[in-house]
Design a protein around this ligand. Structure first.
Ligand code: SAM
Length: 261
């Protein structure tokens, strides 16, 4: 109903659809899917086998924006913090960086494709296994929403970055999170779940940056387009027009480029 006031025809179509589904007995949403919220460890243990499958709308939106930032940076020592299966680590290695990947999920680290020119370690965002000021670039993608204490994680990312070094952070946009967006996954056994998350707002980030000597270079908020709206699983399958009306134009990702003071 986002278009209730700006497009009468669209609003009428959506209302007719709601009436049909809710009152007409149509079995569109009587699917009986159980989607529990699960903790980070068990969630990524299950998601690890399917994480690299194509069709993740947030990755589709986020990746070209993050890579356009990375492409412009000089190679050096780069940390991919909460690297998961190594999506950005691989890109950093291709760009000539000496890459260290750190993640708290052994299953995600095991599921990554071979990347001999990088080093990978178990480790938590709250206590990274790196020396202070030891890297030129920090990337932390799609992970900070799983951390309750945002300030502590950003302080830790900042601690390992040398003065003048760049940091690139990405996550689900707070507007999308506020509307129910979450780290939804389907596992290899056909089950589904949502990894628990915290909807950090812009102000939470700004406070954390200020406390960690991080200056903002760019704040990018790419909007969901038709391609990402077509990746919304069952919603796309059963009610494609309503799904497009609900998603297209909403900010989907929040991406920061920062410099350590
Ligand atoms: C959505 S995946 C993102 C993986 C990768 N950065 C990417 O963008 O494809 C989130 C990752 O964050 C990791 N993670 C979550 N909380 C963490 C923490 N406190 N410390 C380290 N890793 C964490 C998970 O294990 C998972 O691999």
């Amino acid at each position: 109903m986002r278009h209730l006031f700006d497009d009468d025809e669209q609003a009428a179509a959506r209302l007719a659809e709601i009436r049909r589904i809710a009152c007409g007995g149509e079995a569109v949403y009587q699917l009986g899917a159980d989607v529990p919220v699960v903790d980070v460890t068990s969630g990524y243990a299950r998601w690890s086998q399917t994480y690299d499958n194509p069709g993740n709308p947030l990755i589709h939106l986020e990746q070209p924006v993050v890579w356009s930032i990375l492409d412009a940076l000089a190679p050096g020592a780069a940390l991919d913090a909460a690297c998961g299966t190594g999506r950005h680590a691989r890109r950093l290695a291709e760009l000539g960086h000496r890459v260290i990947g750190v993640d708290a999920s052994p299953a995600m680290l095991e599921a990554r494709a071979a990347l001999p020119q990088a080093t990978f370690r178990d480790g938590d965002l709250s206590a990274l296994p790196l020396e202070p000021a030891s890297v030129d670039l920090v990337v932390c993608a799609l992970a900070l929403e799983h951390v309750a204490d945002l300030g502590r994680a950003i302080a830790e990312l900042s601690r390992v970055l040398r003065p003048g070094g760049h940091m690139v952070l990405s996550g689900l946009h707070p507007a999308a999170a506020a509307l129910g967006g979450a780290a939804y996954f389907q596992d290899a056994a056909g089950g589904a779940g949502v990894v628990e998350g915290y909807g950090h707002l812009h102000g939470d980030y700004l406070n954390a940056f200020q406390q960690s000597q991080l200056a903002i270079q760019q704040c990018l908020e790419p909007r969901i387009g038709p391609a990402e709206a077509a990746m919304q699983g069952l919603a796309t399958q059963f009610i494609p027009d309503a799904t497009a009306a609900a998603y297209i134009g909403l900010p989907g990702a929040l991406i920061w480029e920062l410099v350590r003071g």
